[in-house]
Design a protein around this ligand. Structure first.
Ligand SMILES: NC(=O)c1ccc[n+]([C@@H]2O[C@H](COP(=O)([O-])OP(=O)(O)OC[C@H]3O[C@@H](n4cnc5c(N)ncnc54)[C@H](OP(=O)(O)O)[C@@H]3O)[C@@H](O)[C@H]2O)c1
Length: 371
């Protein structure tokens, strides 16, 4: 779970799905309402509904964005289900989500700025991390936004920030990757992994990606030098020792990971699904930290820092063409529940985008055909 700010959109009220057509027309005319995905209780995708609610208000250091597209990531799924329970204690809401509109990753156009905002003005195209991006309008802290690179479509920008900065920090600030080193990316076909493969290549590493059979070709297409199919082969028994292992998926034991790690190598644990409902298996990360001082290898984990400086570093890789956001599936705002079901089933690859404003003629929206 990342450290996304949990401030609520103060003006988001109870969904107004029962609004009479005439009332809605009036509210639309005065520009105060919007369509949004709303979640009143933790649960399955059935707990999500498309509703008409008030637009969010913004604080002095916030920006109001007219959302073009939003990105789906594992964090949104965890906040939908409210698991592991630890995230509820971390301030996201004990009994129900404090933020009723899900979604972090965002791309769109600035329509209003708070009085303390200095980096953006209405009309700017921005991307980054918002509070409630599965909506026609979303509020975001200025500090969590960057200008959209000229080379990126709004769909590409919408799937970049959350996963891209996590991969970048895992490889650089935490993993201390040097050109020429060998890197193993476990979970290479997912959101974070699709960025980790491309960034590691851009940083001059020899890259091996671990994924399931059906997604190996996609991992190769991202630039991986080698791929390992975790359904048939064990990366720990391949006889190769890596300078850096970025463990994003699979919840591998520390001992298996260490078997594949060079004696002076670094392990960065980003995440991994499963584990118990209380902690999500966070004990694995803690065990790595406790063991690290007693072994030659550096064993570590981290929670990504959501700051525009990181988003701008990522944007530079996108601008240069070294990183191209990998969009797997496209969904409309009404199909967020389908998208969540597919994420749970493991049928998505790369990043999925929620197209909120369908201005891009090239978009082909997935309406659940993969179910
Ligand atoms: N530390 C942080 O700040 C931070 C930030 C963002 C995310 N995360 C965490 O990182 C994890 C991944 O996030 P994501 O958005 O990339 O999720 P995702 O898009 O669902 O990707 C999950 C990846 O895990 C792979 N995987 C599943 N089972 C595996 C196994 N047994 N062995 C090897 N790989 C396996 C999947 O491969 P296949 O699809 O090929 O099966 C896929 O590549 C999540 O737990 C998330 O909560 C942490």
């Amino acid at each position: 779970m990342n450290q996304t700010d949990q401030r609520e959109n103060r003006s988001v009220t109870e969904p107004t799905t029962a609004t009479a057509p005439g009332e809605r027309a009036l509210a639309v005319a005065d520009g105060s309402i919007m369509r949004a995905i709303v979640q009143r209780a933790y649960g399955s995708a059935d707990s999500l509904e498309l509703a008409t609610i008030e637009r969010p208000e913004i604080a002095d250091d916030d920006v109001l964005i007219e959302v073009h597209a939003a990105g789906l990531d594992r964090g949104t799924w965890h906040l939908m289900t409210g698991t592991p329970y630890l995230i509820r204690l971390a301030g996201f809401g004990l009994k129900r989500p404090k933020q009723p509109v899900p979604g972090f990753d965002v791309a769109g156009r600035v329509v209003a700025t708070g009085s303390a905002v200095t980096r953006f003005a209405p009309g700017d195209e921005v991307f980054g991390i918002a509070r409630g991006s599965f909506a026609e309008y979303a509020a975001a802290e200025e500090a969590k936004l960057a200008h959209t690179p000229d080379s990126a479509t709004s769909e590409q920008a919408a799937v970049a920030a959350v996963s891209g900065i996590t991969a970048l920090q895992a490889l650089t600030d935490v993993g201390k990757l040097e050109p020429g080193q060998s890197v193993l990316v476990i979970g290479a076909s997912g959101g974070v992994g699709s960025y980790a493969i491309q960034l590691a290549k851009a940083l001059g590493a020899e890259v091996t990606g671990v994924a399931s059979t059906a997604k190996l070709e996609m991992v190769r297409s991202l630039g991986a030098d080698h791929v390992i199919d975790y359904t048939t082969d064990d990366f720990a028994d391949a006889g190769h020792r890596y300078d850096l292992i970025v463990d994003i998926g699979g919840r591998n034991s520390i001992s298996r990971l260490r078997r594949a790690l060079a004696l002076q190598g670094t392990l960065v644990i980003v995440g991994g699904e499963g584990g118990d409902r209380l902690t999500g298996g966070l004990g694995r990360q803690l065990r790595a930290l406790l063991l690290s001082p007693f072994v030659s290898q550096r064993l570590t984990m981290f929670v990504s820092t959501e700051h525009h400086s990181m988003i701008e570093r990522l944007a530079a890789f996108i601008e240069s063409g070294q990183v191209v956001p990998s969009i797997g599936q496209r969904f409309g705002l009404a199909d967020v529940a389908d998208a969540m079901c597919q994420m749970e089933a493991g049928s998505l690859q790369g990043k999925s985008v929620i197209i909120v404003r369908d201005d891009d003629a090239d978009s082909e929206i997935d309406t659940g055909a993969h179910r």
